[in-house]
Write a protein that binds this ligand. Structure first.
Ligand SMILES: Cc1ncc(COP(=O)(O)O)c(C=O)c1O
Length: 465
């Protein structure tokens, strides 16, 4: 029989781990953001089979430092600017420790009242900070991709309740912009709508969905006896952080009886700042909204918040209660297992609660403002420098740049910056040309970090041109 560590052994090793983590966070800038490894390097360093007999924590920690850390891409590095930068803040890390220790499965209220009720309370606090109207049901899923899949499932349930029992209706069609995140298509694939039934609506010159074209496409589909059932409006697209005209899209959705899902996975937290609210105009009319605190809200991966005004429909889409999960409290409580495909659920609200309490709204809003300010400044520097093109407006904290000239130069710049270890930037394609994205989103990022990133970019440009 295996014997778990005694509390005293755990204390000893936990203190060591916390010391290591504190050192890691203190020294994070000494690590190259992107590891200097080749595919297969780590695999080759590790034994081909697991140990027959247990090993000491000292040996495990030592191998973690020797083999694993050098192959880590440091998402928690303040100069990680690829994809959408995020951060695991210290209160979030502490909450993760408690989450692991409690090991709660929050499938039912009964399976842990704290998990259910804290999720309800924190999501209502968060809703208030975001300025969303009162009538919202909140639930935490792991990722925005899963949140969006549930939005599509609820939309389908509303459009065709028989699909739950009979399978998908063949003529359902949904819409999103050409720059909408791939999770929309994946969600449609996942619940059987089919990739070909996801229409990509063209965008205007600033990469926002064209609502007039959406209307035409919907009308054409209706004329062809298709059934438009869902439209996704992005507030903060992945490529450029553009904001679709959600209020106009909401109007069209209402006219044609489509479910409106808002993908604010990245930019959502900016709604806690009054000055960004106009970009969110119309999201209060959405049938569902996704926002990822694990992107721009100092929250360790994973935590995706989903709001809907129609919990009854979401519940109808997925609720299935086997006898062994019936409880005496069912009529009085929310059992979150009824609102999604998964049964087991982590106690994720604990980290949101720690984070919201530790920082407070004002400090988190200040972080978002600062990130946006630095991104705009990067845009100004690029213009002044003269060697770069700016790909898109900068509504939030993402800048898209390219070196003037052929695409190869920009690819080479991305490679050079990333290999330097100073920063991590990622590519995107706009109007057939390659750009690099600098996303600012880590609570630890300072203006000095942004300067260091910019220096790495300009040094690479000088070497290449
Ligand atoms: C706009 C947008 N939506 C959805 C997603 C998917 O997020 P997740 O990784 O939480 O599934 C992303 C990821 O970057 C995104 O940028």
């Amino acid at each position: 029989m295996p014997r778990d560590m005694s509390p005293d052994e755990f204390r000893e090793h936990a203190h060591k781990a916390v010391d290591q983590i504190a050192d890691y966070l203190r020294d994070i800038r000494q690590y190259p953001v992107v590891p200097k490894v080749e595919p297969g390097d780590l695999t080759a360093d590790l034994p081909a089979s697991g140990p027959e007999h247990g090993e000491s924590m000292d040996a495990i920690f030592a191998d973690f430092e020797r083999h694993i850390l050098p192959a880590v891409t440091h998402w928690n590095h303040p100069r990680f600017h690829a994809y959408f930068a995020n951060s695991a803040s210290a209160p979030g890390i502490l909450a993760e420790m408690w989450m692991a220790a409690l090991n709660i499965n929050g499938m039912l209220w009964k399976s842990s009242p704290a998990a259910t009720e804290l999720e309800q309370v924190t999501l209502d606090w968060f809703r208030q900070w975001l300025g969303l109207p009162e009538k919202q049901f909140g639930i935490i899923y792991d990722t925005a991709s899963i949140s969006t899949m549930h939005a599509i499932a609820a939309a389908r349930e509303r459009a065709d309740p028989s699909s739950r029992t009979e399978g998908s209706t063949p003529n359902l069609v949904m819409y999103c912009s050409e720059h909408a995140h791939s999770s929309n298509e994946k969600g449609a694939i996942g619940i059987g709508i089919g990739q070909n039934n996801v229409r990509k609506v063209p965008m205007d010159l600033e990469f926002r969905m064209r609502a007039d074209v959406l209307r035409n496409m919907v009308e054409q589909d209706v004329a062809a006896r298709k059934k438009p059932f869902c439209v996704v409006s992005a507030i903060g697209t992945t490529a450029t952080s553009a904001c679709d005209p959600t209020a106009e899209i909401a109007q069209i959705a209402q006219e044609y009886g489509m479910w409106l899902h808002v993908d604010a996975a990245y930019a959502g937290p900016a709604a806690i700042c009054d000055e960004f609210r106009p970009l969110f105009d119309g999201w209060e009319l959405a049938d569902s909204i996704v926002i990822n605190p694990h992107k721009w809200f100092a929250t360790p991966v994973d935590l995706s918040v989903f709001y809907t005004r129609h919990p009854d429909i979401l519940r109808r889409a997925y609720s299935l209660i086997p006898d062994y999960l019936v409880t005496a409290e069912d009529s009085k409580v929310v059992n979150y297992m009824d609102y999604g495909v998964q049964l087991g659920r982590r106690f994720r609200s604990l980290k949101l609660w720690f984070i919201m309490r530790y920082f407070g709204r004002e400090a988190l809003a200040a972080m978002i403002r600062e990130h946006c300010q630095w991104a705009r400044e990067l845009g100004d520097r690029a213009l002044l420098d003269g060697r770069f093109d700016i790909g898109a407006p900068i509504p939030f904290s993402l800048v898209c740049l390219r070196l003037k000239g052929p695409d190869e130069k920009t690819f080479a710049l991305i490679d050079r910056v990333n290999k330097s270890g100073t920063a991590f930037v990622s590519p995107t394609a706009l109007n057939g040309k390659t750009y690099f994205r600098i996303a600012i989103g880590d609570i630890k990022t300072t203006r000095d970090d942004v300067d260091a990133t910019w220096n790495a970019v300009t040094e690479a440009a000088t070497a290449l041109l």
